[in-house]
Design a protein. Sequence first.
Length: 129
Amino acid sequence: MESLKIKIVLPVKADKLYKAWLNGKEHSLFTGGAATASPKKNGKFTAWDGYIEGKNLELVPGKKIVQSWRTSEFADDAPDSTLELKFEEKAGKTTLHLHHHGLQKGDAKKYGSGWKAHYFNPMKDYFGK
């Protein structure tokens, strides 16, 4: 199994970023792909037009989100990976710490570049407005 860690500083308060991640409409706006979401534990979500799906495993408002996570590229018998997001606010900006683990061999590099291209870069634009 493989894992990856990435962090980014965004010009947004932690609580707003946390709520946006768990709101389908806003998640769609900051990524550019259709999303569904739930702010509740065990709530299911989809992102990027159904390419990503999973459910909320742990939620600490404004601080932490842990989700099961898989894409349509995962083999049917492959277990879900785990996505952990931690939100650290300082002076009105938030450092988002992403830890994605339980990935199949060879997937960390691919999904690492995907997080940057399809999430972090659009989020900089969206929250920087």
